[in-house]
Design a protein around this ligand. Sequence first.
Ligand code: GLA
Length: 691
Amino acid sequence: MIRSWHLGDDRQSLVLASFDDRLPEAVYWGPALPTGENLETLSAAALADVTGGMVDRNAGLSLCPEASESFPGQTGLTARNASGAPLMPSFRFESEAASEHGLTLVFADNSLDLSLVFDLVLTPETSLLKLQTRLESVDEITVDWLAAPVLPVPAYTGEMIEFSGRWCAEFLTRRLPFAPGSRVRDNRTGRTDHAHFPGLVVCNAGTSNTAGEAFAFHYGWSGGHKMVAEELADGRRQVQFGHATASLASGRHFVSAPLYATYSATGFNGAAVRFQRHVRDHVVQGARTPRPVHYNCWEAVYFKHDLDELKAIASQAADLGAERFVLDDGWFGRRDDDTSSLGDWVIDKRKYPDGLTPLIDHIKALGMEFGIWFEPEMVNEDSDLCRAHPDWVLGHADQIRGRQQLVLDMSNQEVRDYLYAHIADVLKNNDIGYIKWDHNRILPVVDAEQAEGFYELVDRLRSDFPAVEIESCSSGGGRIDFGVLERTHRVWLSDSNDALERQRIQHDAALFLPASVTGSHVGPRHCHTSGRTLDIRLRAWTAAQRHMGFEMDPRELSEAEAETLRNVTSWWKANRDWMMQADILRLDSADPAVIAEQQLAGDGSRFVAFAALTRPSDQILPRPLRLTGLDPQGRYRLSLVNRDDAPRLSRGAPLLKHQDLEASGQYLMSHGLTLPWRFPETVWVVEGERL
Ligand code: GLA
């Protein structure tokens, strides 16, 4: 007997089938099937043959492949009973229920008193699948691994793009072939981490940003994930995501984080746009619009807080166009460097004898909002908190410190209450619109309760202070995922304010993140994390590609630099309403030295393309840059916004250098833009409008 289900829209179809009441398998995932397709026939047609040298029935590559089926690969569940014996459930269909945009399927093993529930949703506006597995047990059990609903990827895919990285180089992508065996990522840092963004894109050798097929995944969880991309010995391929190994404990109820997934027939961009829109419109709640221009004082003053100096900096930042001033680390306890005071969330009277009010009043008078830095989950041993509650620290006493700090045990209600009370006190007594929420070290143990405790604390603060926006920072991009974005409004993508590095990081992060949540700041002339010296135009335009801000000491700017920054900031302000709602389309540059993207308005009426030359090109002539996502029949007017930046060595007369270009979408997408010659470490900015 076959039961079948369809989750789909006009962009993709996912067909699930349960054979003889066993766990459901995705028997089809790909382009949308025509209405009226007989699902039962498809399901039966998908059954593979059996031959010599194998068992008599292929074990189902189900939403939770079972050990009891002798599944020849990673199973979806690994659990033990109270006495430590492995549990090998064999689930059978119990019930189904339709939800608003999806379904809930319930399976049970009555002999073990276990039930397995799959919550499956396809968000219609974004065509993104949101899939979750729940396990319920009558008796207490221990679960070592529970995968979110497991999906096969079709035989015609052969490659995967996965993510690694490090501090100041987040979202590094790596394209690997599928081969027999598994590619396993087990992030045991206890946080999402710079090195382990929980994403995967499965594709073909020919898939590019703008063409080809892709199956993309993201696990929305902040506590560290495990991913298995496996080619079974029989040739089938599966993708599993769940919490990092050993992060689940004993209990009766277990639930995976949501796995977001989508199929794209239009290259990586097809998937990226769905993730971007989903984050912007469905995950993030209540972000302020228009997105205000930030000023963050970290790289200007570090721990040296002087009221008059900060006021002078704030005045200059406002003059440059900033609308939100974020007071970074150093305002609390006796925090003169990073060796003390985390946990003592009380304003430092040495630096602020009259509290923060004089600074906040000055900032408000300049028309800016005031934001403030916290690192709630952390504690220094040199703090009143640690002296009073050494037992609140997570992990062993002799653990290695990270940035001289320890982690508070967020599963402890007393810890959360303490943090809530102190943060709430600062928020109640000061006019604060924004928190930069930091998390500067990995955990000493892998522990899902830590992330759950963090979620609970943020949720409580969000519900009591709904007007306060929160930024997720973790030494830059160490905690970026849809779990944290459900509770925050912006991510600090990287501690690197090096615009060249930022170009690459922003480009790869756009596979999942929209501009509206991606913080990008104009850093100091001499970059503090790379040692490079970069021109203000490159720095300003790079920040203007995302949620813009400044982080240098504005007193270092020459008048010419300040003028450039003012101009680019006004350009950003004039365009942010549509740009923060636009799709970021990564362009396939024919020159590997160029990182390029096109931000396209939802209605296709306008766009802006940014093309950064990150190093000298191998060839002498700039290669035409092909655009994407335009109507081939439509006509467009294009203008090179910063044509005045063309250097003297650009001696010829390419049309865009002197005048606007009117051309069809077909020409722009097929031939592409012929841009003027320029020096490396520059960005061309091209605006386009549909006529
Ligand atoms: C982390 C953040 C920085 C800054 C410092 C303050 O490194 O990523 O932006 O806030 O902490 O200590």
